[in-house]
Design a protein around this ligand. Sequence first.
Ligand code: B12
Ligand code: SF4
Length: 443
Amino acid sequence: MKITFILPAIGKKPGQKYIGTWKMEPLTIAVLKALTPEDIETELFDDRIELINYDTKTDLVAITVETYTAKRSYQIAEEFKKRGVTVVMGGYHTSLIPEEAALHADCIFTGNAEKLWGELLRDFKENRLKKIYKGGIAFSDIPPDKSIFTGKKYLPISLVETGRGCCHSCEFCAISGYYNCTYYKRAQANIITDLEKSPYKYHFFVDDNLMADTANAQALFDKIAPLKKKWAGQGTLTMARDPDLLKRMKKSGCNLILIGFESLEEENLRQMNKSWNMAIGERNELVKRIHDAGIGIYATFVFGYDGDTSETFQKTLEFAEKNKFYTAAFNHLLPFPGTPLYRRLKEEDRLLYDKWWLEDDYNYGDLAFKPKNMSPEQMSMLCRLARKEFSRLPVTIGRGISSMRQTSPLMWALFWVMNLRLGEEIDEKINVPIGRNLDEMPK
Ligand code: B12
Ligand code: SF4
């Protein structure tokens, strides 16, 4: 028996190969591969970096589906189904909106794969595949099997999980719905094994909130320190209230931390249910403490809440430039299905499309709802201008000089690689037609 795993791309412009920062190894596939019995042959097509061979001889196609990749996943499924191959879909989008995915797959899998993937494969072999498997939340002691990446040219950085979910419930977040506003920690011995097995020096901890359980994080940092690895992850600004935690993070190899500032407006933070992130009067001090600890900050901001006006963009840019962040993202709000944000905007009759992710004319960078104080087009343009402004050469040089003090020599070199291409990369991403690969010629 053979399984073909597929990681779909969000879409591609004509002649475009792939988007640089999105070229990370897909940990999801390595986890699925590890859970697959050894006597089953496997292959992977990563639609972001290679063409899919729809005529490959295979028995089962397994697609991991995110909202941005849903439309593309359905097209890929169609091609394989035409050839008589059974298709199973799993992942965030499938779990958040199973009734839609079920229209396009022979079988759908919701939740984590660890508990029921083996059962699904047995059922398939015995010709009694069910229409739906509900995996719930689960971990396994089996380490991800990255041998399936052999020959693929990913960035030289290894993705590692330390837990799943998050204790908070930000209105726009797909993770909080998927994991029911709860954080699940992974056994630390397994995390250490992953790091020890990794051939790379640099690691990205994929948890959406590494600080969801501070005591657990602290204990983990102490265990990681002797491995002499380097890592980046996603934390919170409020973690900087604990200087000892910052020291341990740095000692364990942390070079860069992504912080979702989201908004500088109190009204917005309240509306998104993220008041705990406000840090009124101490924001600059907390940023300084993180920098002083030798950790760079990847700052992310989201625009589209009701308190946003064109002045908000200016204020945010000034804040980002003044604090000389290692890098930053200025994203527009996007209503992911299954989130409280989606439900609220629908009730307020502000969605531009019921399902933006399936719309023919929806491109990356477009808004999918009506903001309160400006047009969707104006907000999309202001986000793009903010990114461009932040990546202007004089601003980048200023940030680069500061980053030299904040982080290690290697991360400083990476700063230039990342930031000098930032403007170009924004252009590559903007207007990618969601769900369309304009170069693909299915055989
Ligand atoms: C690493 C990461 C990236 C990396 C690499 C992406 C990749 N596909 O490998 C980069 C930086 C490139 C990236 C980019 C983006 N990302 Co991202 N990313 C993540 C992150 C942090 C980790 C993914 C991961 O490896 N998880 C660990 C694996 C093991 O867990 P898993 O994927 O959930 O898989 C388990 C189950 O879901 C299930 N499962 C999943 N697929 C399948 C398939 C089958 C057949 C079965 C049986 C089971 C199954 O079993 C697995 C094991 O239990 C997640 C958040 C998170 N913590 O998961 C966001 C996340 C997936 N990203 C998200 C988004 C929005 C994006 C961007 C659109 C951001 C942007 N605005 O540009 C882009 C889109 C790029 C693209 N898809 O082409 C959202 C998706 C939300 C949604 N509703 O779809 C997430 C959930 C973040 C969030 N908090 O909302 N991302
Ligand atoms: S803190 Fe981050 S991961 Fe947690 S619910 Fe909010 S946005 Fe989602």
